[in-house]
Design a protein around this ligand. Structure first.
Ligand code: ADP
Length: 524
């Protein structure tokens, strides 16, 4: 806590001024009397110097000048009164000496007073800045400790000078090393936030509570920073609260440059326990969703596979019947039978390619970058969505720019498109069937990026969610998870692209994917 020490208490200051003021006046009166009305010859007027010294204790600088002026006048009056008729050199010399002494004393006193005042204001400014620092220290919401690391530093530096600068080795060979180091750290002060974070004991002044450390590893890193003369230590560490609860905190320490300043090192801690837990559950949810969307994709693919295979298998059937008819002729028409057989082989190949493609999408190699023609990828995606589009009576208009090939991870981009199209279908579920239209356009107007735009004619994005559209778990759907867009954005961003969503002035939602055309793409 900040404390100020009074220089002078006001009551006693008044008494002090009164005493010295009266003493100065009395002395001046006595000097004036003796100098004027007695026969004592001597430099009596010099005693005004003492009266000036006394007055200086009681009056301000201006007051002192007035006093000195009055004393000079008194000395002149006395001189005039006693030597009006009989002028002599000696008395005049005495008067001049007295006046000079008075002048010099007054000047010196004024100078001293000025120095004293500037010292006082300097001191006040220092106290003010100390007060400000203390207020910030006490009131900030970040847990702060002021700790004395000077003894620890000297100890470590001595060890280093003796060739023992490897902290980990020291800890291995000397079991008491960590405790010894801990006992050399003292807490000078801690703020309220520190008490709230770890409890009053952990924040109490004095030797650092040893149980605050829940593991030694990170502490050894910190010690190594000191040994190596490093200036900053920052890491996530586990700290134990008074209650025994482990908290994950971001610990930052800025070590000073000068060794003398190690007695006041500021240590800050920010509780990141909740944030880490949230991040962990987010990562788990993302993994879960990725699995779920893969399952959805597989479902969609199976449906599309059945749909796509229908055509070549139907053709094989037709051609096989024709082949039989050619063979049943008398004599069999071998040339026609050969043509039918060739068609059967061609259709069987097509069926095999379709299966091959689907397997490629599901295989492990799906995470690899490959140069893909975007129009083909969009065609494939729409084929996968065909069933869903039909079921929801949604039409899709595709406007593609001249063909562009980009290095992408096919299944990733397809999943993003499937997600955006599924969202658009769901958004338009309540619209009239003839108004359910999705427009999918691609353009490469900006030569660095390919833009894929998915636009729908639904009600648009809810204003409540517009600003946090890509934040995980933000959903307006009763059964929604609110993870789709967040995953889509991170997927696109991981490939150096961007994904934005906004409402069209004419109604409906618009989602824009920007993919870099030339940028170096990372194969994740
Ligand atoms: P979910 O679909 O599980 O809600 P998303 O992250 O995919 O998760 O979407 C988040 C929210 O964004 C949705 O709940 C919805 O409110 C809004 N949204 C997404 N796409 C559209 C769209 N095309 N039109 C209107 N709102 C949309």
């Amino acid at each position: 806590m900040f404390r100020t020490q009074a220089i002078r208490r006001p009551g006693s200051a008044l008494e002090h001024d009164l005493v010295f003021g009266l003493a100065a006046m009395a002395l001046a009166a006595v000097v004036f009397f003796i100098d004027t009305f007695t026969e004592i010859e001597g430099a009596i007027a010099v005693l005004y110097v003492i009266a000036t010294l006394l007055a200086a204790q009681a009056v301000s600088q201006a007051g002192l000048i007035v006093c000195a002026y009055v004393f000079v006048m008194l000395a002149l009056i006395s001189y005039g009164y006693t030597h009006f008729t009989d002028y002599d050199l000696q008395s005049t010399m005495r008067l001049l000496v007295a006046l000079a002494a008075l002048l010099v004393t007054t000047m010196l006193l004024l100078k001293t007073e000025r120095a004293r005042l500037s010292l006082l204001s300097l001191n006040a400014a220092l106290k003010e800045s100390e007060f400000r620092y203390r207020s910030i220290f006490d009131q900030t919401r970040v847990a702060l400790w002021e700790r004395d690391y000077s003894s620890l530093r000297s100890y470590l530096m001595e060890l280093k000078a003796g060739g023992k600068g490897d902290v980990r080795k020291l800890a291995r060979t000397n079991p008491g090393f960590v405790d010894e180091c801990l006992s050399r750290i003292t807490v000078v002060a801690a703020n309220e936030a520190a008490r709230e974070l770890l409890g009053p004991q952990a924040a109490s002044v004095g030797e650092l509570r040893k149980s605050i450390l829940s593991g030694h590893e990170k502490f050894l890193d910190l010690l190594q920073v000191i040994v190596d003369g490093g200036r900053v230590y920052e890491d996530k560490v586990e700290a134990r609260a008074d209650t025994g609860e482990e908290k994950l905190v971001l610990l930052s320490i800025n070590f000073p440059k000068a060794a003398e300043a190690f007695d006041r090192v500021v240590v800050s801690m920010v509780d990141v326990t909740q944030r880490e837990l949230a991040l962990k559950s987010l990562a788990e949810a993302q993994a879960e969703l990725a699995r779920a969307s893969k399952a959805t994709a597989i479902g969609a693919m199976s449906a599309s596979l059945a749909h796509e295979l229908n055509q070549p298998l139907g053709a094989v059937l037709v051609n096989a019947s024709t082949l039989l008819r050619w063979l049943d002729r008398d004599p069999p028409d071998i040339a026609a039978a050969r043509r039918s057989t060739e068609r059967i082989i061609r259709d069987a190949h097509r069926a095999s390619e379709i299966i091959q493609n689907t397997r490629g999408l599901l295989s492990q190699t799906a995470g690899k970058l490959e140069t893909v023609r975007i129009d083909d990828l969009i065609d494939e995606t729409l084929a996968l969505m065909e069933h869903e589009l039909q079921r929801s009576v949604t039409s899709i208009v595709v406007e593609m720019a001249s063909s562009v090939a980009l290095p992408v991870v096919r299944i990733e981009l397809q999943q993003v498109l499937i997600n955006l199209i599924t969202n658009a279908i769901q958004a338009m579920a309540e619209s009239d069937a003839d108004r359910r239209v999705i427009t999918l356009t691609t353009d490469a107007r900006d030569r660095d990026h390919l833009r894929i735009v998915v636009r729908d004619s639904g009600p648009g994005i809810d204003a409540k969610i517009l600003k946090t559209l890509f934040t995980p778990f933000k959903t307006t759907k009763a059964t929604g998870l609110g993870m789709g867009l967040s995953i889509c954005r991170s997927t696109i961003e991981a490939r150096g692209g961007r994904l934005n969503g906004y409402n069209d002035d004419r109604g409906g939602a618009v989602f824009e994917i920007h993919l870099p055309m030339t940028a170096e793409l990372v194969d994740a």
